[in-house]
Design a protein around this ligand. Structure first.
Ligand code: FE
Length: 237
């Protein structure tokens, strides 16, 4: 298996390239529009063919590369059923398995950060790993105050992830402190939000964060529902 992690500095978004070496098939998770040429260069250097591009959720802080990558490479672009992304080649639902050569990504619908958030569990790797999007971050979690976010749903989604083994590697959708990966065991022991065991206390904690809106929220959400194509402004004309 080949696994590479890319960072988009303006949004601190992590994008993952997961590939099956034997078949040369590759998948990109949470690609960023402006970085598509860099992904293509890396794919070509490694002799890989992009077969799939997927998003963990409709992002509010960057524009997705899903549409552009499909144009550039002919790959399939997929989003969760709940995302309502009509331009995607296809959708996945909870329990679906996406195939990348001999590798298999199990899709888990984990609402909370947003209503349509998913985590992807790479189940047949030497060491299993989770691509957790913004559901589980290193020592944190995504916020729950927009896009059908729900602290109660996030509480249950985090508990669902904790059912996996402590050795499972966690690859988050962002990190604002320079951390690149963790494990389920590490997060179980040290993640302060997971440490809030009482659901009502968790909901109260998430309701009191008072975070500013992401800078790109107004353009990014609309664009990402169209696979990364910017939408004309709505209003008088
Ligand atoms: Fe997000």
């Amino acid at each position: 298996m080949i696994l590479r992690q890319f960072i988009d500095y303006p949004s601190y978004t992590y994008t993952y390239l997961v590939a099956d070496e034997a078949s040369g098939s590759a998948c990109l998770i949470d690609p960023v529009l402006e970085n598509c040429e860099a992904y293509e260069k890396r794919l070509s250097e490694l002799g890989l063919t992009l077969v799939l591009a997927i998003d963990t959720h409709v992002h509010a802080d960057h524009i997705t590369g899903l549409g552009k990558l499909r144009e550039m490479t002919g790959c399939a672009s997929m989003a969760g059923l709940e995302a309502g992304v009509s331009c995607a080649t296809d959708t996945f639902s909870d329990g679906d398995r996406l195939t990348i050569g001999a590798l298999s990504l199990l899709c888990l619908h984990t609402p909370g950060h947003t209503g349509e958030s998913y985590c992807f569990y790479l189940e047949n790797a030497v060491q299993p790993c989770f691509f957790t999007g913004d559901t589980l971050l290193i020592r944190g979690s995504g916020r729950t105050d927009f896009q059908n976010g729900s602290a109660e749903a996030l509480y249950h989604s985090l508990r669902r992830l904790l059912q996996y083994s402590d050795q499972t590697i966690v690859y988050p959708g962002h990190d604002y402190n320079g951390n690149t990966s963790s494990t389920i065991g590490e997060e179980r022991a040290h993640n302060p939000r997971i440490g809030i065991e009482d659901m009502d206390a968790f909901i109260e904690h998430m309701g009191n964060l008072n975070l500013p809106d992401p800078k790109m929220m107004d353009v990014a959400v609309a664009a990402n529902q169209a696979c990364g194509e910017l939408q004309p402004p709505v209003g008088e004309h």
